[in-house]
Design a protein around this ligand. Structure first.
Ligand code: BGC
Length: 553
């Protein structure tokens, strides 16, 4: 009944704030995780394609080398500069895409932003498939990257906003699982086409991506918009419908009314403390408040940005981007591709463990322990690498040990920092700055991803001016994991089992150390006086309007 009023009457019973959830509702939330496939696949195919003979011939104009001519074979490569450009341009595109996406998601909605991201991504893909030279490929990569930026930031936002609190961590970890599946799929497709002597060698792996875009965008047409987006827009009837849809409950059920009342009251509260002024004023709000206050916007924004930076600085993508080259440099490995496939499979196989532990042990705990274990494993790889691993003897067991510990490192990342970094980012921002905060954090992930893909080749390269670190690079990643450990210990709060609105309250009342013991004791609906009188919701611009008026007074 557009234009009509809906009356919500909630109670302040904090134990009942969320509805029981149907299987269909779980499946709906889980579907969005499919967006992770883009992320994984798109980061996964490029390194394989760059090494394909047909691709190299096409892009460099060189003829296939004589297999007995070592010099010609060594020269038959895409230059390091072009490799670096084509690999990192994707991250540059995703960086900008993620930053822009936050605003778009507040303007046209989360769902439509993801669908738009699929459209942008497809345009980039068309250029990539059509390209026969580097220029069009680079432009295509950049545009596809923007699309991935839209998708990677807003999927996290959307999933966090629609998922039931008890399984929000597990569902968002499903997104990480899809990233890992995407990486494995890219490895397999590239492996299958690498020796073709026609354009199918690189066009097939690129074109496969259209499938992901079609599945995600068509699927999203059938999913509801995030109820929290409608609350932000002041369209409360639509919010009630969307919430009822994602919870699989009737719109007039008490659970739906209470959950919605709490979302509205929290938004009203946040709007009263975060004045919404101009467009740029909205952006500066992300950095307002005091650094010493764990609930201030600046603390939350820095937490999100640093969380993603630290995730990248664990060095995980060193393995996925440059694993082939590194394993080859260990000398005794016959098939580096198989080792790369193994590391991707370990990553994928371990990730589901996080579905359980992220809810059971909590985000903070697994981030702290994950960082500690990664420090240990990385240092072991480094130490073995500079001692027994250096001997270039056939079937050196020390090299096998290094690979085993690299796999332990990947497994630890897969069950801790991989998923938890995304989960926390989706949970820590209040609604008025949530889309921008998630966008900034995601952009930070891609920024560091880009930096790593640009500089690492020089760190492990063996050319004249390269650092030629070899296995010593693991001392660097291990030391960076020590920083991640300290970061998690001192700055990351525990957010498991709470609604996004309860997280907001918890941040106000605790420090990261005391956060895990916090229990919900009151609701925003109660505090804002909505539970006593019920809320008579006229079709609204009014929530934002009324709170703006309040903050102007
Ligand atoms: C990271 C990616 C990484 C992937 C590996 C993600 O969480 O953000 O950069 O390639 O995990 O599984």
């Amino acid at each position: 009944m557009p234009g009509g009023a809906v009356v919500f009457t909630g109670t302040a019973d904090t134990s009942r704030v969320e509805a029981p959830v149907t299987v269909k509702a779980y499946l709906m939330c889980a579907f969005a995780a499919f967006g992770g496939i883009f992320f994984g696949y798109d980061t996964g195919w490029m390194s394989g394609v760059l090494a394909m003979p047909y691709f190299i011939r096409q892009y460099t104009g060189l003829d296939y080398p004589d297999p007995n001519d070592a010099d010609a074979k060594a020269a038959f490569v895409i230059s390091a500069r072009d490799q670096s450009l084509t690999t990192s341009i994707l991250s540059a595109g995703t960086f900008f895409g993620a930053i822009i996406a936050g605003d778009v998601a507040d303007f046209i909605g989360r769902r439509w932003t993801i669908i738009t991201g699929c459209g942008i991504f497809s345009i980039g893909c068309i250029l990539e498939v059509a390209s026969t030279g580097l220029a069009v490929m680079v432009v295509g990569r950049f545009i596809a990257g923007c699309g991935v930026g839209f998708i990677s930031a807003i999927i996290i936002l959307y999933m966090s906003e629609i998922a039931p609190k008890k399984v929000r961590g597990a569902l968002v970890s499903g997104y990480q699982f899809c990233i890992t599946i995407g990486i494995v799929l890219a490895n397999c497709v590239v492996y299958a086409t690498q020796n073709r002597k026609d354009t199918g060698s690189y066009r097939i792996p690129i074109a496969v991506q259209f499938l992901w875009a079609i599945i995600l965008s068509v699927g999203l047409f059938f999913l509801p918009e995030s109820p929290r987006y409608f609350v932000k827009k002041g369209q409360l009837e639509k919010a009630a419908n969307a919430l009822a849809h994602v919870r699989g409950q009737p719109i007039d059920s008490e659970f739906i009314q209470e959950e919605l009342a709490e979302i509205i009251a929290n938004h009203e509260y946040e709007m009263s403390v975060i004045p919404q002024t101009s467009y740029m004023g909205g952006w500066t709000n992300c950095f307002s408040g005091s650094l010493t206050n764990g609930a201030s916007n600046i603390r939350r924004t820095l937490l999100g940005i640093l969380m993603q930076a630290m995730q990248q600085l664990t060095g995980i993508n060193f393995i996925f981007y440059f694993g082939n080259v590194f394993f080859k440099s260990l000398g005794t490995i016959k098939n580096p591709f198989l080792i790369s496939l193994t590391t991707s499979l370990v990553n994928m196989g371990c990730t589901p463990v996080s579905f359980y532990i992220i809810e059971k042990l909590g985000r903070r705990t697994i981030l702290i322990w994950g960082a500690a274990f990664m420090v240990g494993f990385q240092f072991i790889v480094g130490i073995v690498g500079v001692t027994a691993g250096r001997l270039e003897k056939h079937d050196n067991p020390a090299v096998s040990a290094m690979i085993a510990f690299i796999c332990f490192f990947i497994g630890t990342f897969a069950v801790t920092w991989g998923p938890a970094a995304w989960v926390v980012v989706g949970e820590i921002f209040p609604l008025p700055i949530r889309s921008r905060g998630v966008g900034l954090s995601t952009a930070s992930n891609w920024f560091w991803n880009c930096i790593i893909s640009v500089i690492t080749p020089y760190l492990v390269g063996t050319a004249k001016h390269d650092a030629n670190l070899g296995a010593k690079i693991f001392f660097m990643w291990g030391s960076l994991c020590i920083i991640s450990f300290v970061f998690a210990l001192f700055l990351v709060p525990e957010t498991k089992g709470l609604t996004l609105e309860q997280v907001d309250r918890m941040l106000e009342e605790t420090t990261p150390w005391t956060s895990a013991a916090w229990v919900p004791h009151d609701t925003f609906a109660h505090e804002m006086g909505l539970t006593e009188k019920g809320i008579d919701v006229a079709p609204v611009e009014n929530v934002e309007q009324s709170t703006n008026e309040k903050s102007a007074v």
